[in-house]
Design a protein around this ligand. Structure first.
Ligand SMILES: Nc1ncnc2c1ncn2[C@@H]1O[C@H](COP(=O)(O)OP(=O)(O)O)[C@@H](O)[C@H]1O
Ligand SMILES: [Mg+2]
Length: 318
């Protein structure tokens, strides 16, 4: 049971601006992430992801605007923000002579964890990230995937309510990526709010509750994956499988409004329906059944996130 659900979003960017000379790295970005949510922050290289995440992690300051973590401002209350937040940077500092447990212990100490609390935090983090089996292994011998786990471990060692992960899936093989996804979803299930960036949309699509697409310092669109899809989708693709009278259904549909691109092959009829409204979709299915067509299967195909991304961004992708 989840108790003490906070009344405010755990992460809030409020009209955030950061300029470097004439580069508008972050140019009026606002969004929110609730407790228990994974927010995918997606955009091509140079879009402004790292800059905004560094501000959120109190490593840099905005020129205008503010960012709040658990209601505390990064500008006015950076110490309170740091206690509540774990940041996983996109590059891993070199600590070649340390082993995993020493590395995590170092960060546990720097967060002020002492005695039994520190032992507990270390044990939990090593086991959560699966590093317990290689706890004594020097960092220099670790694979990319293991280094990412260690980096995540460092970000979560003080059990923060908010995690900021900058391109955590970058360079990981498919298996390591799936494992990362499980760890991220697990942290969200514990009630943490996670902001996770990537320049590759498909890396994140499946693990996010909501996404924001950023390009040239501006958030082009944000919302749940379904919201974004239906905002952008002028139509949906429908596939109907029947027991008989496939051709008759195709003919019947031909006279209906909002329907186009009808194709039928034997007992499968495909068409486009010009509304993403679920009520309209349900009415259409009802009317097909009311016409006594024997529908075996009725499915709608949503456009993939990748398609949506390509549609939104202006081609500056990768
Ligand atoms: N310290 C800096 N000095 C000057 N320009 C910077 C600095 N940090 C980032 N930038 C510029 O800001 C823009 C956004 O960069 P960044 O936030 O790193 O993008 P992303 O993480 O999305 O790839 C880029 O044009 C980058 O070159
Ligand atoms: Mg970056």
């Amino acid at each position: 049971m989840v108790t003490n659900v906070p009344q405010h979003p755990m992460i809030q960017l409020r009209r955030l601006f950061r300029f470097f000379g004439s580069t508008r790295a972050v140019n009026d970005v606002s969004f929110e992430v609730e407790a228990g949510q994974v927010f995918g922050y997606i955009g091509p290289n140079g879009a402004g992801k790292t800059t905004s995440m560094r501000i959120l992690s109190t490593l840099d300051l905005p020129d205008f605007g503010d960012a709040l973590v658990d209601g505390f401002s990064v500008v006015n209350d950076p110490d309170r923000v740091r206690k509540r937040l774990g940041f996983m940077p996109d590059n891993f500092g070199t600590y070649p002579n340390m082993n995993c447990v020493e590395y995590l212990d170092f960060f546990a100490r720097s967060y002020g964890l002492v005695g039994r609390d520190r032992t507990k935090a270390l044990r939990h983090t090593l086991s959560y990230t699966g590093l317990d089996k290689i706890a004594e292994k020097p960092i220099r011998g670790l694979s990319k995937g293991m280094r990412q786990r260690l980096c995540l471990g460092r970000a979560m060692i003080h059990d923060p309510a908010v995690l900021i992960l900058d391109e955590p899936a970058n360079g990981l093989d498919p298996r390591a990526r799936i494992e990362l996804r499980h760890m991220i979803r697990g942290l969200a299930a514990e009630g943490k709010a996670l902001l996770v960036s990537s320049h590759i949309l498909t890396e994140l699509g499946e693990m996010c509750d909501a996404i924001g697409i950023i390009e040239r310092g501006q958030l082009i669109v944000s919302g749940t994956v379904t919201e974004i899809q239906s905002k952008l989708r002028p139509h949906i693709d429908v596939v109907v499988q029947l027991i008989d009278r496939g051709e008759a259904l195709a003919q019947w549909l031909a006279g209906k409004p909002n329907i186009s691109q009808i194709q039928s092959s034997d007992l499968v009829v495909r068409f486009q329906f010009a509304s993403a409204d679920v009520q309209h979709q349900a009415e259409l299915l009802r009317s097909i059944v009311n016409e006594n067509f024997s529908v075996l299967e009725y499915s709608t195909e949503s456009r993939s996130l990748e398609d949506v991304f390509l549609q939104i961004t202006t081609g500056a992708v990768q």
